[in-house]
Design a protein around this ligand. Structure first.
Ligand code: ZN
Length: 700
C-alpha cells in the first residue's frame, strides 16, 4: 500500500479566492435543526458552500437567489443542489460546489437540512459576487476569451476559434509553445500547448527531462466540456502571475492537447470522421489522431496524465475517475494512480465541494474495463500515472437546476478546470513518489517476470465508508484462457508481418506494424528477414497485447520465442543469431558476434561481455561481473536495472532513430560513451557509477 500523506498540501488550489463577508450573527439562538456557519468561497466558475452539519440530517438543500448589487432579489430562489452523505469522504465538514451560473454574477445562498422528507429551517443567507472569467479583459493575453466564454456557454468554441485562440496565446506568452502533433483524417491540425516557466524547454527530450504532465481533451467529439476547460486553463497557465502557477511551471512542463479529435468535435460525433472511437485505438494506433498522441508520449515522456470525457449516467457523482487497471500495468503505477484519485482528489473534492468518485457508479454498467485500447490503460502500460476523468453529462439527481443547457455546460467545464488544477498540484507535491513509481514500474516491466494477462482488470474496492460513490466499477477478472503464465522472451515477426501493407486505417490504408512499433518506441532487432521484439523493455505489458496470438485486439500473430539459455553454463560463450538468456549463470566470457543479438533477464555473466557490430544487446535485471564493451551495434541497445562490475564502454553504436538506453544500472567502474548516434539516455532513471562518466554519458 502506498503511504497516506498525513497532512494536506499547503498550496492552495483555488485561484483568486475571496472570502465573503461572514454571515450575520443571529439576534437569537438558532433553532437546533437550522444550518449555521454557512460560508461561500469563490473560485473559478464555482462557489464552495460550507456549513456546520446538523445532527440527524438526511441531506441538505442548497438554495441560490440572483440578487442585485444591493442584495435585492432579481429572480426567484431555486434549489440548485442536494448534498448527500455519499458525496464526500469527510462528512463532518459538508461542502457543495455550486456551479452552473454566469461567472461574475451576484447571488444569495441559503442551506437547509432535511430529516427524512421534513424540511428544517434555512440558514441565514450569505451574499457574494462570483468570480468573473479568469483574466483582466483589458490585459493582453489575459483578456483572450474562447468562443464558449464570449457566448456565455451558448456555443462551444469552434475549430477556427480554437486555432486563433491558441495562436494568440502562443504569440503573447513566452511560457507557451504550440506544436502541431499531426493532422486529423480531415486535415485539421492537432495542436499541443507546451507550457513552462519562464519558457518551455526547447526540444521534446528537454521537456522529457522535466517530468512533464499531459492533459488530453475531447477524444470523444461529442463530449466537449473538458475541451473548454483545457482552453481556459491554457490561458491561466500562460499569463497568471499567481506564485502557485509560476511555481508549478518552474518545476515541470504542462502539455495540453485541447482537441485530440478535431473532426469529431466539428461534427459532434463520438468517433473521428471514419467513425472510429479513438479511445479504442491508442494501442493499435490505426488512426492519425491516436498515432500523433502516442508518438508524443514516446518523445515527450509525460510521467502523469489526465484524459477528459463526459458520462451519461445521471446517478454518477460530479467527477467519476478511474486509474489504469489492466493487470499488465505495473503495480506501482496502479498504486500511484489510485493515490492520486482516492488520496488526493477525494480529499480535495471534499474541501472544494466537488464529488469525485469511481467511474462506474450506481447503475454504471459494464464500464471502466481493461481494454488496452483505452488511453487510461495504454498510458498505464507506458508507466504513466494517470486517470480517466468523466464529467457527468446531466445535472443528475443532485443538481436540480441544470436543465438549463448553458448552466449545465458551465458546471461541467469548471469542474474540469478544478480537476486539472488539482492534477498539477498533485504532481507538484508528489513528484518524487510519481518518479519512484515510474522507475520501479520500468524496472519491473523490463525484468519480464510473472504472468501476462490479455484482458482483465485489477479490482477497485469500494472506498471505505463514508465513501464518495455508491459502487466501484465491475470486477473484470481475467478469464483463464486469457492468461499466459510463462512469458516468452520475445516475439518474432516475419518480414511480411512487420513491413507488409495493412488495410486497417482510414480509407483502407494502414501504417505498417514496423511504423506502429516505432511510434510506441519499442526496441526491435532484425536478423535476416526476422524481426524480434524482446519483452525485457519498459512496455513489456503492452507488447504481447499487440503481438501475441492470444491478443484480443492485436496487430499480428507473432511467434513466441522462449529463452534458449537457462541454468548454469561453464566456459566461454559465443552468441550468434538471436539468443535469449533467462535465469542463467554463465561462467565465462561472452562474445556477441556481428549481426547477432543477446537478450538477458535474471542472468549472471562472469567474465567480460563484448559485442562488436551486434544487431542488439538488451540486458535487464542482470549482473555482469566484468567489463562490458558494446561497439558498432546496428539496431538497439538497452541496459536496465543491471549491475556491471567493471568498466563499461559504449562506442560507435549507430542505432537509427532508436537511442540506446542505460537506466537504473550500477556500474562499478568508469562509464565511457563516445561516437554513439543517437546519444544514449536514461529514461529519467539515474544510474549509479563508481567511476568517471565521460562524454555522451556524462549526464546519465
Ligand atoms: Zn468519452
Amino acid at each position: 500500500m502506498r503511504r497516506q500523506r498525513p497532512t494536506l498540501i499547503a498550496v492552495s488550489t483555488l485561484i483568486a479566492i475571496t472570502l465573503t463577508t461572514a454571515a450575520p450573527t443571529p439576534a437569537t439562538a438558532a433553532p437546533p435543526d437550522q444550518v449555521t456557519a454557512l460560508t461561500a468561497h469563490q473560485a473559478d466558475g464555482y462557489t464552495t458552500l460550507a456549513w456546520q452539519p446538523v445532527d440527524g440530517a438526511t441531506d441538505y438543500q442548497i438554495e441560490r437567489t440572483p440578487v442585485d448589487a444591493d442584495g435585492a432579489p432579481t429572480g426567484a430562489p431555486t434549489i440548485v443542489g442536494i448534498w448527500r452523505p455519499n458525496r464526500q469522504i469527510n462528512q463532518q465538514a459538508p461542502t457543495f460546489a455550486d456551479a452552473g451560473y454566469n461567472p461574475g454574477d451576484t447571488f444569495q445562498w441559503r442551506v437547509r437540512a432535511r430529516t427524512g422528507t421534513t424540511e428544517q429551517p434555512y440558514s441565514d443567507p450569505v451574499t457574494a459576487t462570483t468570480t468573473a472569467p479568469w483574466g483582466n479583459p483589458d490585459t493582453p493575453g489575459e483578456g483572450l476569451r474562447t468562443g464558449w466564454e464570449t457566448t456565455h456557454a451558448a456555443q462551444y468554441t469552434s475549430d477556427t476559434d480554437e486555432y486563433a485562440y491558441t495562436a494568440a496565446i502562443d504569440a503573447l506568452s513566452d511560457r507557451v509553445r504550440v506544436v502541431e502533433l499531426g493532422r486529423t483524417v480531415q486535415n485539421r491540425p492537432i495542436n499541443m500547448l507546451v507550457i513552462g516557466h519562464p519558457t518551455p524547454p526547447a526540444t521534446p527530450a528537454a521537456v522529457a527531462a522535466t517530468a512533464p504532465v499531459a492533459i488530453n481533451c475531447n477524444v470523444h467529439g461529442n463530449e466537449p466540456g473538458d475541451r473548454e476547460a483545457c482552453l481556459i486553463m491554457a490561458r491561466q497557465l500562460a499569463f497568471s502571475t499567481d506564485p502557485r502557477i509560476t511555481d508549478l511551471l518552474s518545476h515541470t512542463t504542462v502539455l495540453i492537447v485541447p482537441t485530440i479529435n478535431g473532426d469529431g468535435r466539428a461534427n459532434n460525433t463520438r468517433g473521428n470522421s471514419t467513425g472510429q472511437d479513438l479511445n479504442r485505438d491508442y494501442s493499435l494506433i490505426r488512426q492519425p489522431e491516436t498515432t500523433a498522441y502516442i508518438t508524443m508520449v514516446r518523445d515527450y515522456r509525460p510521467v502523469a496524465g489526465y484524459d477528459g470525457h463526459e458520462f451519461g449516467n445521471s446517478r454518477a457523482g460530479d467527477l467519476p475517475m478511474l486509474p489504469p487497471r489492466h493487470q499488465n500495468v505495473a503495480q506501482p503505477i496502479f498504486d500511484q494512480s489510485q493515490d492520486m484519485i482516492e488520496g488526493h482528489m477525494y480529499a480535495k473534492g471534499a474541501e472544494a465541494g466537488w464529488w469525485a468518485c469511481p467511474y462506474g457508479c450506481e447503475g454504471g454498467g459494464n464500464v471502466g474495463l481493461s481494454e488496452e485500447t483505452i488511453l487510461r490503460n495504454t498510458l498505464g502500460l507506458k508507466n504513466v500515472t494517470n486517470s480517466l476523468l468523466e464529467l457527468r453529462s446531466s445535472g443528475g439527481q443532485t443538481r436540480p437546476d441544470e436543465g438549463n443547457t448553458a448552466n449545465n455546460r458551465r458546471r461541467k467545464t469548471y469542474s474540469a478546470v478544478w480537476t486539472f488544477h488539482q492534477f498539477l498540484d498533485y504532481h507538484r507535491a508528489d513528484r518524487a513518489d510519481i518518479l519512484n513509481s515510474r522507475a520501479e514500474a520500468i524496472e519491473t516491466q523490463a525484468a519480464n517476470t510473472g504472468r501476462l494477462v490479455f484482458r482483465g482488470s485489477r479490482p477497485i474496492p469500494a472506498h471505505p465508508a463514508p465513501h464518495p460513490g455508491d459502487s466501484p466499477p465491475p470486477l473484470d477478472a481475467p478469464p483463464a484462457d486469457l492468461i499466459l503464465d510463462t512469458p516468452p522472451c520475445a516475439y518474432k515477426l516475419t518480414d511480411a508481418q512487420y513491413n507488409g501493407a495493412r488495410t486497417d486505417g482510414p480509407g483502407g490504408v494502414g501504417t505498417t506494424v514496423a511504423q506502429r512499433i516505432a511510434a510506441h518506441g519499442w526496441k526491435v532487432i532484425t536478423i535476416g528477414d526476422d524481426h524480434y521484439v524482446p519483452l525485457n523493455q519498459p512496455e513489456r505489458g503492452l507488447i504481447p497485447l499487440l503481438l501475441d496470438p492470444k491478443g484480443v485486439e492485436k496487430l499480428t500473430d507473432g511467434e513466441r520465442i522462449h529463452p534458449t539459455l537457462t541454468g548454469r553454463r561453464n566456459g566461454p560463450l559465443v552468441v550468434s543469431g538471436f539468443t535469449c538468456a533467462d535465469d542463467a549463470t554463465i561462467n565465462g566470457p561472452v562474445t556477441v558476434r556481428a549481426g547477432a543479438a543477446l537478450v538477458t533477464t535474471a542472468t549472471t555473466i562472469s567474465g567480460p561481455l563484448t559485442a562488436a557490430g551486434a544487431a542488439g544487446v538488451l540486458l535487464a535485471d542482470s549482473t555482469i561481473n566484468g567489463p562490458v564493451r558494446i561497439a558498432n551495434t546496428t539496431d538497439t541497445i538497452s541496459i536496465i536495472d543491471a549491475t556491471i562490475a567493471g568498466p563499461t564502454d559504449l562506442s560507435g553504436n549507430t542505432t537509427g532513430t532508436d537511442a540506446p538506453v542505460l537506466a537504473g544500472t550500477t556500474i562499478r567502474g568508469p562509464l565511457s560513451c563516445t561516437g554513439n548516434n543517437p546519444t544514449p539516455h536514461n529514461l529519467g532513471i539515474a544510474n549509479t557509477v563508481h567511476g568517471p562518466r565521460t562524454t555522451q554519458c556524462a549526464a546519465l
